[in-house]
Write a protein that binds this ligand. Structure first.
Ligand code: ZN
Ligand code: MN
Length: 480
């Protein structure tokens, strides 16, 4: 009989904080700098004797994350030296936090949070230039947040992989909403590592493997699935002892994990308190932070927003799309203030979620129109004064040249005409011009009707109400 294996996943996520300057010096923190070694100084290049100075903004950002995930903000925090040798960290140690992280505990997307701490990013090694390596120090000393979750045990592989990637996605959203990190995974601004193990006993953890280089939500899922399968197969073949505690990389092109190095334990790093930085009391309003005020000033977070939109009856897929574009949620709030018919907000929602995002891609230089003009457009649609086709045309105009949709529709004669006598003239004309189509409709070909509808609407410059056109066509074709 085959054993049942329970997968356990723990996550470690690093995110570069979007501060103006670096963590311990006044060099610019610019992840988009293309020229190497531009934003550097003796501190971030680790010259002997250079002294670090704390960037308060970076600490504030980590506190915000802590408040957002309901973690406990430490009374006291300090920095530690994490000692190891590698060319990307020429000091021989990374300034990090060990015993006293800024945040402990918290919950996010069904994972319990162990801790969130602050450290410095390392320089960037370039190994792809030939038989030598180059080092770029622009990234060295950039504030880096590290979040660690508690291990979570799942029923099956699928659930483990999905939940882990969902967690990473949710954390990215929170970082965006708080405005503390760009968290672009492709650019390495957010890096996910997964601790993976399997066990036949739900209450006993197996040997864990740490998988690195996960640069997308997809690779988080794929790597977890691959690794769990590898572990399960080894166990089934009686080779469980070949699962060792190690760091493995994820090879995106081969879709496989591969062994990188045997994992150091924390003792190997010989952590000790950083003597060049002050210890901090975070709850002290004078020297630290006003946590009450910071808590009050937190923006509405994705989970709360989701629940609110759901209550308003918005479609699930629309909600996710808007939640994933924080600027859209802000936009919607602005439109809401200007809109006359509150029920038209659902239309606004659909237009933003589908049409606007499409327009932005297809029309170069498209910008959001003012809340007022966009709201007016939505009211016109809601009140049936313009057809949805005309609405799309007007939207395409006002994203380039922001103007009143009512004014445009009036001037261009695009207001929807429900005036039957005016429409009757057009319908009559179109029927007369297309005797073959009329004959084929009468012989029972229902779809001939639709070609008439299109022609009538075109003739009316898009202003004809399609429902009324269909009604008139049926009446008049029956009589002709
Ligand atoms: Zn510097
Ligand atoms: Mn770290």
């Amino acid at each position: 009989m085959e054993n049942k294996y329970y997968p356990t996943i723990g996550l470690e996520i690093h995110a570069e904080l979007a501060t103006t300057t670096k963590m311990f010096c006044s060099c610019k923190n610019n992840p988009d700098e293309e020229k190497p070694n531009i934003n550097v100084c003796p501190v971030c290049m680790a010259h002997p004797g250079a002294l670090p100075v704390l960037n308060k903004k970076a600490i504030e950002n980590v506190i915000k994350v802590g408040l957002a995930i309901d973690g406990k903000i430490a009374d006291f925090t300090e920095f530690d030296r994490k000692n190891y040798f590698y060319p990307d960290i020429p000091k021989g140690y990374q300034i990090s936090q060990y015993k006293y992280p800024i945040v402990s505990g918290g919950v996010l997307a069904s994972f319990d949070i162990t801790r969130v701490h602050l450290e410095e990013d390392t320089a960037n090694n370039k190994h792809d230039r030939g038989d030598f390596s180059l080092i770029d120090f622009n990234r060295s000393g950039v504030p880096l947040m590290e979040l660690v979750t508690e291990p979570k045990t799942f029923e099956n592989t699928e659930e483990a992989a999905k939940t882990a990637s969902k967690f990473a996605k949710e954390l990215q959203l929170i970082l965006w909403y708080l405005g503390v990190s760009e968290a672009n995974m492709e650019k390495g601004e957010m890096r996910v590592e997964a601790n993976i193990s399997i066990s036949t006993n739900k209450n006993k953890l197996g040997t864990k493997v740490e998988v690195k280089n996960l640069n997308s939500f997809r690779s988080v899922e794929r790597a977890i699935i691959y690794e769990l399968k590898r572990m399960t197969e080894l166990s089934e073949e009686g080779k469980a002892e070949e699962i060792i505690q190690e760091t493995r990389g994820w090879d995106e092109s081969k879709q496989k994990t591969f062994s990188q190095r045997k994992k150091e334990s924390s003792e190997d790093y010989r952590y000790f308190p950083e003597p060049d930085l002050p210890k901090l009391k975070l709850h002290d309003k004078k020297t630290g932070f006003d946590l009450e005020k910071m808590k009050k000033e937190l923006p509405e977070l994705p989970e709360v927003k989701r629940a609110r939109y759901k209550e308003n009856g918005y479609k699930e897929e629309d909600i996710e799309l808007i939640i994933e574009h924080p600027f859209l949620t802000e936009w919607l709030e602005g439109v809401k203030k200007e809109i006359k018919n509150k029920a038209a907000l659902q239309i606004a929602y659909n237009y933003i979620a589908s049409d606007y995002l499409g327009i932005e891609k297809n029309i170069p230089g498209a910008k959001f129109p003012s809340y007022k003009n966009f709201a007016e457009l939505m009211d016109l649609i809601f009140e049936n004064k313009i057809s949805s086709r005309v609405a799309k045309d007007i939207l395409a105009m006002i994203v380039v040249d922001d103007a009143s949709p009512l004014k445009i529709a009036t001037e261009k004669n695009m207001l929807q005409s429900s005036d039957e006598s005016a429409l009757k003239e057009i319908v009559k004309k179109i029927i007369n011009e297309n005797p073959e189509a009329a004959a084929s409709y009468k012989s029972g070909k229902e779809n001939a009707l639709m070609s008439f509808v299109g022609k009538v609407i075109k003739e009316s410059n898009g202003s004809a109400n399609p429902q009324i056109v269909i009604k008139l066509l049926k009446e008049m074709l029956a009589r002709s």
